[in-house]
Design a protein around this ligand. Structure first.
Ligand code: G3P
Ligand code: CA
Length: 304
């Protein structure tokens, strides 16, 4: 604890600016990422989806209505369609140039809308350019998630070539990179082609009797293909603040453990605030945390 030096990413618990400084700016915009870098986050987190023409852009969702003003564009009114019971505009129905006519907006109804309509949906190349121009002496890295790669492949849109280009770019410019995915099978697929540490995201399953999430997969399923896991935070800690044992098991397997998501405006049950919540997780021994409020997380980490 008590770290004040620049973090190279791995020596100490890392703070990942989740979707950028998304507690303060519309998520996955360059201004949100810039703010995360300025705060001193060790990593900023882009979630990646693909356009119709195969370009990687930063969005959490493959539908566009929550995080853009697509609904205000009459020229796209007939682009709306139903997929798996949800009627919306889908990013893979838009070319990059079409997508770029939209503006990003606050996706969470409880957060401020002051910065809505200002920025476009960024490409991964723009995010690299931002990191290269803003990182200064810091070692800020990219903690990249690919969303739904197997669904994309099933659609005939394979994200792998573009992702391998991303890894090459990171290596060439000395930007630390993690690659995370909910599909461990996809991590297995990319593993032979990259030296980026791979993080398997695990949501777990809700226990109907308690309403809490618990581990529902064998932690060692992907052996030493992965460098660590990114679990939903409830998988690590019981409602009474005690370890579930998942963190210890992960550490026995040699895995880093980077839980999500710590939000100052949505604190876990039983905690007074996000700092108290994070303190409990630093005490448990996590190796990093995804937070919408990286400034608060860094303060908590550095004070620990
Ligand atoms: O990638 C870690 C965390 O972000 C996973 O959840 O839904 O916010 O991408 P999500
Ligand atoms: Ca994510």
């Amino acid at each position: 604890g008590g770290m004040t030096m620049v973090h190279a990413g791995d020596a100490d618990p890392i703070v990942i600016a989740h979707r950028g400084a998304s507690g303060y700016r519309p998520e996955h915009t360059l201004m949100a990422y810039r703010m995360g870098i300025e705060m001193g986050a060790d990593y900023i987190e882009p979630d990646l989806v693909m356009t119709k023409d195969g370009k990687l852009v930063a969005r959490h969702d493959v539908y566009l209505s929550d995080s853009t003003n697509v609904a205000d564009h009459p020229e796209f009114a007939d682009r709306r369609r139903e997929i798996r019971g949800k009627t919306d505009w889908w990013v893979f129905d838009f070319t990059l140039s079409e997508l770029r006519t939209l503006k990003a907006r606050q996706a969470r109804p409880t957060r401020g809308t002051d910065y809505d309509g200002v920025e476009v949906v960024p490409t991964i190349e723009e995010i690299f350019a931002l990191v290269e121009s803003e990182r200064g002496d810091s070692q800020v890295g990219l903690y990249i998630e690919m969303k739904h790669p197997l669904d994309y492949k099933a659609m005939g849109l394979d994200p792998t070539p573009a992702l391998l280009e991303v890894f090459r770019h990171a290596q060439g410019s000395g930007i630390p990179v993690y690659f995370q995915c909910f599909s461990g099978d996809y991590l297995v697929e990319v593993a032979p082609h990259t030296s980026a540490p791979l993080i398997w995201l695990i949501e777990g399953a809700e226990d109907p009797s308690t309403g809490r999430y618990r581990l529902d997969v064998p932690l060692d399923k992907y052996g030493n293909i992965i460098a660590g896991i990114g679990p939903y935070k409830q998988l690590l800690m019981d409602g009474d603040g005690k370890s579930t044992g998942v963190l210890e098991e992960a550490h026995r397997l040699g895995y880093k453990v980077h839980p999500w998501t710590f939000r100052a405006d949505q604190v876990g049950d039983g905690f007074a605030d996000m700092e108290a919540e994070l303190d409990a997780y630093w005490s448990l021994g996590i190796d990093g945390a995804f937070s919408d409020h990286a400034d608060v997380a860094l303060r908590s980490r550095d004070a620990f």
